[in-house]
Design a protein around this ligand. Structure first.
Ligand code: ADP
Ligand code: MG
Length: 355
């Protein structure tokens, strides 16, 4: 019974490191799509068209009409930590764009077949390139890996095919394409409500109908009507709260006491990034519990802008959650504003029924 000595420690091969990192950033198709939507919005697009096949596992395609990518940048585009957005670590304190780490495209290229077609305003043609493991790759074995000239409109089209094809355990974990599509449609719907001045469409590959189609000019209430329904859109209260001391301002639409849903719908944006927050959800549900019938749940679209220096966006690999200072105080101010609006609607209803 001899005790074995410690095993030798060795550095992992770079490709293994990249694949592990990619799997942390892109856990499901919806995470890849979220990154691609944010890139398209960062690029100044006013139109995003999304096509999805097999819940995004076979194909995720997103076409935008943004600024495009310079042909000369296409060779390093998918390397890890290449970005046009962040230069110094300190910039994280003032970051105004969605992306900042230059990891999304790199990650996707390690766990899917990625191809990109792009055209800038001053290029006479579009360029198409394929990527594998961070680098330009030939479309077919034996061909050149260089970007190829082709016809195309200004903007960028990204195609992600066979996601997780080389991560079989992850691939097998997805049981239902329709479940993954539902998550995708929910995420697209959130950005479609939030991004004023941007048209969105989202559909399943091969189907003529779209599941989401929001025109560019639609206002927030109409966006909610299109993405959700009129039952919600007809019962909304607009609100605004801000506070200098806590460095935030917020605006949004909250359902009034006439609306009572089966589950809470919370569209939460912090500095224009769609995020989750169980703390905010809980506080909001508590606020409404005094106004809704037992078990009734609200709808809330909340866009919270906090001074970038008070926010830490870098706490979660998928950027799903963010930390910010004075969270409790800020949430209480927001819930207070909603509570007083709910109170007012209630009295006006009583008044109307009495007169
Ligand atoms: P990040 O968004 O953090 O910079 P990404 O890997 O998502 O990193 O993208 C890398 C770079 O590729 C971006 O900084 C941007 O310059 C360019 N890019 C990505 N998607 C688009 C797009 N749809 N339109 C224009 N440029 C894009
Ligand atoms: Mg990005």
């Amino acid at each position: 019974d001899e005790i074995e000595g410690p095993r030798r420690i060795r550095a992992l091969h770079q490709d293994v490191v990249n694949k592990i990192a990619a799997g942390e950033i892109i856990v499901a198709p919806v995470h890849a799509l979220k990154e691609l939507i944010e890139n398209a919005v960062d690029a100044g697009s006013t139109s995003l068209e999304i096509v999805v096949k097999d819940g995004g596992l076979k194909l995720l395609q997103i076409s935008d009409n943004g600024c495009g990518i310079n042909k000369d940048d296409m060779s390093i585009l998918c390397e890890r930590f290449t970005t046009s957005k962040l230069k110094a670590f300190e910039d994280l304190q003032s970051i105004g764009t969605y992306g900042f780490r230059g990891e999304a495209l790199a990650s996707i290229s390690h766990i899917a077949h990625l191809s990109i077609t792009t055209k800038t305003a001053d290029s006479s043609c579009a360029w198409k390139a394929h990527y594998a493991a961070g680098k330009l790759a030939p479309a077919k074995p034996g061909q050149s890996a260089d970007p190829k000239a082709c016809a195309g409109r200004q903007g960028t089209q990204i195609q992600v095919e066979d996601l997780f094809y080389n991560v079989p355990t992850r691939r097998r974990a997805f049981r239902s394409a329709s479940e993954e599509y539902a998550k995708i449609a929910e995420q697209v719907g959130k950005y479609a409500v939030h991004c004023q001045g941007v048209a969105f469409s989202c559909k399943k590959h091969g189907e003529s109908g779209t599941s989401i189609a929001v025109p560019m000019a639609a206002g927030t209430k109409d966006r909610i009507r299109i993405v959700h329904n009129s039952d919600i859109a007809n019962e909304l209260m607009e609100f605004e709260v801000s506070d200098k001391q806590y460095g935030f301002k917020t605006n949004g639409f909250a359902s009034n006491a006439n609306y009572s849903g089966k589950r809470t719908t919370l569209l939460l944006f912090i500095n224009h990034r769609s995020v989750d927050s169980s703390a905010i959800k809980k506080a909001v549900e508590q606020t409404y519990s005094a106004f809704l019938p037992k078990g009734g749940k609200p709808f809330l679209y909340l866009s919270l802008e906090i001074e970038p220096a008070r926010v830490d966006v870098n706490v979660h690999p998928t950027k799903r959650e963010v930390n910010f200072l004075n969270e409790e105080e800020i949430v209480e101010l927001i819930c207070g504003a909603i509570r007083s609006k709910l109170g007012k609607v209630d009295t006006s209803r009583t008044f109307m029924t009495q007169s």
